[in-house]
Design a protein. Structure first.
Length: 390
């Protein structure tokens, strides 16, 4: 425009003089040689270059601080800046305090039976206001210091804890309310006793298999004190009962039928366990009895002469062995003469004899051996057993 001097072009600008401090290596460099400080078109440094200069100066300052810190022997490093790390989004890392322990005790509802036969029980508990939050609340059942069962609760009132394990004998049970903060006070103790063993009836007399000649038999035994022992003769349907005394002893009379009698017994204890036993008694015919046995029932003609051993047992009317009974064995082989052999019963009521079968005159056929026993009281009994000669 008229009246104004035109701006000088780059080529018209005066050259920067070169002095001895810079030589002919080009533009000036800042101290330390960290880049070229070229002026902008208006003679000043550009914004980008200014920022670069500031970064270099900051680095130099940090190096100086680190060097100064090591001079006195203190090797700790003081950071230039502290960067705060923001917490994870959506996560509260603040520690939460535990709830206070419950301040009230539950109550165990007494079972209908304190004496049971099973090793587990369902308990009912009354849960009061715990005096703390209901979150994480549970009831715990103990036997002394042993934890038996636990169950979470979400409200007050009555709850049922199922299958609490028990041991044989006495179980002293208590309960508490607990949460993450601890346990509350214990409930009053409830005692449950487990008896799962059947009572023993314990027949002491007579021995099973006893033979006697009475219409009734007296039976004795021993069991738990106070138990009622019931007996039934399954042969005659006769029945009887007896109550055990303080020492457990009991006695009863049961009617007998002729022949073999099976008598069944049972007793039930307070817990409901049932014990059983049985006894066999043989009722005789009321007379002295003998039982004859032979060593062989068949004899071959070709093997004659041979012997036969005869054995007899003599018992009185009550089935007891008779000692000193006079016994006579009579051998009657087919085709031959009859022979007799005397003997006497021993303390077991047994008498024996060895009889000889001759060859002379022997024929095939049926033979007999007969025994006659006379007891010391004069009562008699006989028995006969046959044999064959072939």
């Amino acid at each position: 425009m008229d009246g104004l001097a035109p701006s000088p072009r780059r080529s018209d600008r005066p050259m920067v003089s070169q002095d001895a401090g810079h030589g002919n290596d080009g533009p000036r460099r800042p101290p330390g040689g960290f880049g070229t400080l070229e002026p902008s078109d208006d003679g000043n440094l550009s914004l980008g270059r200014r920022i670069g200069v500031l970064v270099v100066l900051a680095a130099l300052g940090g190096a100086i601080v680190l060097a100064a810190g090591g001079v006195g022997g203190d090797r700790s490093v003081t950071p230039l800046m502290t960067a705060s790390v923001p917490p994870t989004a959506g996560v509260d890392r603040t520690p939460r305090p535990l709830p206070s322990p419950p301040g009230a005790a539950p109550a165990i509802v007494a079972p209908r039976k304190s004496l049971i036969t099973t090793r587990a029980i369902d308990l009912r508990l009354d849960v009061p206001e715990p005096g703390t939050t209901m979150a994480g609340l549970q009831v715990r059942v103990y036997r002394n210091a042993t934890l038996l069962e636990s169950q979470r609760v979400t409200d007050t009132g009555r709850v049922k804890v199922r299958n609490v394990p028990l041991r044989r004998g006495t179980n002293k049970l208590s309960a508490v309310i607990a949460n993450d903060g601890g346990e509350g006070p214990r409930s009053p103790i409830v005692t449950v006793t487990v008896d799962d063993q059947a009572p023993r009836i314990g027949i002491s007399s007579p021995r099973s298999g006893t033979r006697l000649n009475e219409r009734r038999v007296t039976i004795k035994g021993k069991t738990e004190a106070g138990l009622t022992v019931a007996a039934r003769n399954t042969t005659s349907d006769a029945q009887a009962t007896a109550v055990a005394d303080a020492g457990g002893a009991w006695s009863m009379e049961v009617g007998l039928a002729a022949g073999r009698n099976l008598i069944a017994f049972q007793a039930r204890d307070e817990a409901g366990n049932k014990g059983t036993d049985s006894l066999v008694v043989v009722r005789g015919n009321g007379r002295t009895a003998v039982k004859l046995r032979l060593s062989r029932s068949r004899v071959s003609l070709k093997t004659l002469p041979r012997t036969i051993d005869a054995t007899v047992t003599v018992r009185d009317a009550d089935g007891r062995p008779i000692k000193g009974a006079t016994v006579t064995f009579t051998l009657s082989p087919p085709g031959q003469l009859t022979n007799t052999y005397p003997a006497t019963s021993n303390g077991d009521g047994v008498a024996k004899s060895t009889m000889r079968l001759a060859r002379s005159g022997a024929i095939a056929g049926d033979g007999l051996v007969t025994v006659l026993a006379v007891a010391p009281d004069g009562t008699t009994a006989t028995d006969t057993v046959g044999f064959k000669v072939r």
